[in-house]
Design a protein around this ligand. Structure first.
Ligand code: ARG
Ligand code: ASP
Length: 656
């Protein structure tokens, strides 16, 4: 008896959501509000989410379907990250008007630039519809009814806890969103891929947009007659500063986490999937980096590609390191043993889940490898690409990429899932690399490329087959239709068995609240990383020879003259400008651009990253090292004012 009690206590300690873990549903935030207030939050649950009056949710948007943004003026002004606005900035950039390099500052409303295919969504309301669905209503019907309520409404039904609960989310979508300002990339992307996922950080990762609406303030397609949207709520900005330990809250749209998966799935991620994908990308990055170092035209050409490949590559490395260091597989195994003892159906359920994992792991792995190799290669080069001056110079690099990825597919894709078209080609040619050369030859030449076409069709057929095996196309993670059903019971069981543990549903790109504090962390034995960086750190990194660290001359001049105006503050006895800060909020991809708020609900920063060693927080959160990274709002304002000369924007916002 005593031993069970002890293990139970130990386990509760293990399971109880640690200090700053959690991504909470705003409509249920009253369940957390006491804890939030104890940690320094000064407002109420109704201030965060209300359907009766304006609340903070009315100042937060899902930006471009994958990032977050926040309203900062009564006239629809919106802040998000530079990397979230990157596409829009790039599309407006030409050689004559290179906004990516030099930045963009609209001086008047007329100069604000419309963007095709860019929208934002406000959450109108969310409500649980589990009962309606059990009573026989379909999600499609529920969605149709909600969307019929008003023009511009979009609705989704999302599963929480693997479908144990279903929620309707009703959004108001605005399609006229214009670019207002962007800093030069040497500020907005300062540190580039070298500093990505790294602390100390000095990136001014922000851009500015404005939402436009019809004259009656309703969603409308782009029209010159549209007017700035008048939001129900916008954030006041605080330049008063903060100290380590101060309360922070993040309100945004985290994309995907899997905190409740079995040890088997963690083992798959840490020992099989991540290492394989990292190794495949090692090779791709090496080939691309060599090209970039050999030729400035290639450096530019491959910049976006390199950034995209390197972003997940670095994330996965942190994830493996974190899961290994935390011994997440072992910890989860122990939890599962206890669950099997404590829950009457536990053992049976876990057996069924393990059996399903054994059935699906190999095909799912084959799917991941296929996507990372064969499907990552172009089936053809478009006419636009061929017309680019840089095209001939790409030949060797592209050919090497074909060879590398064909070789990796042959080595890593489980044999029974390699497509016959590939196996035949390799047999005929003698090796995957020799076959790659033949396929590449056709693709490079343009016109018909029957070999590439047959690989395309074959791999598509195989991916469809695997989807069929898994019974679901919701394939962001290792899962299947059957597993989802089993997880519904499992997570339900966990919540029943440990009612005192605070459970939060996995991230699924729905609006969430995370809260924590401004916090540094122990990076290594005896090496504490403080949570604030400053302009002095930018100057220390400044190097005109290195692309990622070559800051605008204007910033050097401001530093030399110490001309910081009202944005200057004294930190550690030195007058400087704050640049980025660290906090302990639980965030993930999609939280980029999220408002970081203080205890009074005022904007103090814009979230844009985590430290790479935090990234296992998508599976297991460790409060001692998991940190999110934000750009300090005072740096954003300093850049707007002193680099952009955007007095118009400074005047428009409510700055305290
Ligand atoms: N790591 C951040 C995120 O996952 C920022 C990525 C953009 N920056 C870059 N240097 N690639 O989105
Ligand atoms: N950089 C990520 C994003 O773009 C945020 C993160 O993964 O922490 O959403």
């Amino acid at each position: 008896m005593k031993r069970t009690l002890l293990t139970l206590c130990a386990l509760l300690g293990l399971l109880s959501a640690a200090a700053d873990e959690g991504m909470w549903l705003p409509s249920l935030i009253s369940e957390r509000i006491d804890d939030m207030r104890a940690k320094g939050f000064r407002l109420t649950a109704e201030d965060i989410y209300s359907i009766n009056r304006a609340s903070m949710k009315d100042a937060v948007v899902l930006f471009d379907g994958g990032c977050t943004g926040e309203l900062v003026s009564a006239e629809g002004l919106l802040l998000t990250n530079h990397h979230c606005g990157y596409d829009a900035i790039q599309r407006h950039s030409t050689v004559e008007h290179d906004y990516l390099t030099y930045g963009f500052w609209a001086r008047t409303r007329q100069e604000e630039l419309p963007n095709k295919d860019l929208n934002v969504r406000f959450l109108v309301r969310m409500e649980e519809v589990t009962d309606r669905i059990s009573a026989g209503e379909t999600s499609a019907e529920i969605i149709r009814k909600a969307e019929a309520e008003a023009p511009g409404y979009r609705a989704t039904v999302e599963q929480m806890y693997y479908g144990d609960q279903q929620f309707l989310f009703v959004y108001e979508q605005f399609d006229d969103v214009r670019l207002v300002a962007a800093p030069p990339s040497s500020i907005g992307k300062f540190g580039g891929d070298t500093d990505n996922w790294i602390w100390p950080r000095h990136t001014g990762d922000f851009s500015v947009f404005r939402i436009y609406a019809s004259p009656d303030n309703k969603p409308a397609a782009y029209s010159p007659d549209n007017v700035p949207y008048r939001p129900k709520k916008f954030f006041t900005i605080s330049t008063k500063g903060f100290r380590e330990g101060d309360f922070t809250m993040i309100y945004g749209f985290p994309g995907n986490t899997q905190e409740y998966i079995l040890s088997d799935a963690v083992d798959y991620v840490a020992r099989l999937s991540d290492p394989a994908k990292i190794a495949i990308r090692d090779g791709r990055l090496e080939i691309i980096t060599q090209a970039q170092e050999s030729d400035p035209a290639l450096r530019i050409h491959y910049a976006a590609k390199h950034a995209a490949i390197a972003n997940a590559w670095k994330k996965w490395q942190g994830e493996v390191l974190g899961l290994t260091r935390m011994k997440t597989v072992e910890t989860k195994r122990r939890q599962e043993e206890t669950f099997a003892r404590e829950n009457s159906r536990g053992a049976e359920l876990l057996d069924a889940m393990r059996a399903e994992y054994r059935r699906i792991t190999t095909p799912y792995f084959a799917r991941e490898i296929t996507l990372e190799t064969l499907r990552a290669l172009p089936a053809k080069y478009t006419d636009e690409e061929r017309a680019e001056a840089v095209f001939p110079a790409r030949r060797e690099t592209e050919e090497r990429l074909f060879r590398w990825l064909f070789g990796e597919y042959a080595r890593r894709c489980p044999a029974q899932y390699q497509i016959p078209e590939f196996l035949d080609g390799v047999a005929e040619s003698g090796s995957p690399e020799a076959f790659a050369d033949r396929v590449f030859e056709q693709v490079w030449a343009g016109g018909d490329a029957p070999l590439a076409d047959s690989l395309r069709t074959g791999s598509k057929r195989m991916l469809d087959h695997i989807t069929w095996l898994l019974g679901t196309d919701r394939l962001r993670n290792l899962t299947s239709k059957r597993l989802d059903g089993l997880y519904r019971e499992y997570v339900h069981g966990l919540r029943q068995t440990w009612p005192e543990r605070p459970f939060y549903p996995d991230a699924n790109l729905t609006l969430r609240v995370a809260y924590g504090a401004i916090a540094g962390y122990e990076y290594a034995d005896g090496e504490y990383h403080t949570p604030q960086t400053t302009l002095d750190g930018i100057i220390a990194k400044d190097n005109p020879e290195i692309y990622d660290y070559d800051i605008p001359q204007a910033l050097r001049d401001l530093y030399a003259a110490k001309d910081y105006g009202r944005w200057g503050v004294v930190i550690n006895g030195r007058r400087t400008v704050p640049v980025c800060f660290l906090a302990s909020n639980h965030t993930t991809g999609g939280n980029s651009g999220s408002p970081v708020l203080n205890g009074r609900g005022e904007l103090i920063g814009i979230n844009f990253d985590r430290t790479w060693r935090s990234t296992m927080s998508d599976i297991a959160f460790d409060p001692s090292i998991c940190r999110n990274i934000a750009v300090d709002i005072r740096y954003v304002l300093f850049v707007m004012d002193r680099i952009g000369g955007a007095k118009n924007l400074i005047k428009e916002m409510n700055i305290k």
